[in-house]
Write a protein that binds this ligand. Structure first.
Ligand code: 4NP
Length: 160
């Protein structure tokens, strides 16, 4: 049985696919690919079926040499059972995820991604969609920090 992580943003074309791909990169390096699985989703239906945003892919490629893979999908209720941890990129994402679980049965699985940052003090991963290149680069920096912390947490808590 693998430990399953789901990264969630609004469109599933910028932040959450970056988080998923960066996490997979770190998991590969740590040789934990058979024990931790990653996926991502959006709270909206805006971009269902689309690949990651070109500007986001360019930032991931330039900064980390990672090619972003994936196809956007929308978060669904069954994800609460399917995944062990659901990581929201910002507070709006968090609220929208929680709204899909009115009984609160799965609240304990939902966390803000920036809780795992150690070098950055931002509490949310800013939405880069309507901004410039710097915003996309900042998303990669923040997510690398958070993914490193998340992996450390999973390993030290013996989740996998
Ligand atoms: P993401 O970025 O939530 O990080 O994938 C966005 C993508 C699309 C839109 C907003 C944010 N949009 O408004 O279409």
């Amino acid at each position: 049985m693998s430990y399953k992580l789901l990264f969630v943003c609004l469109g599933n074309i910028c932040r959450s696919p970056s988080a998923e791909n960066i996490m997979n990169y770190l998991i590969d390096q740590a040789e934990l690919s058979d024990r931790i699985l990653c996926d991502s989703a959006g709270t909206s239906s805006y971009h269902i079926g689309s690949p990651p945003d070109r500007r986001m892919s360019a930032a991931a490629s330039t900064k980390l040499g990672i090619k972003l893979q994936g196809q956007a999908r929308q978060l669904q209720k069954s994800d609460f059972q399917e995944f062990d941890l659901i990581l929201a990129m910002d507070r709006d994402n968090y609220d929208n995820i929680i709204a899909l679980d009115p009984t609160g049965q799965y609240h304990h699985k939902v966390l803000l991604m920036c809780e795992f940052c150690s070098r950055h003090t931002l509490k949310e991963v800013p939405d880069p969609y309507y901004g410039g290149t710097e915003g996309f680069n900042q998303v990669i920096d923040l997510l690398l920090d958070a993914c490193e912390g998340l992996l450390q947490h999973i390993v030290s808590a013996e989740c996998c």
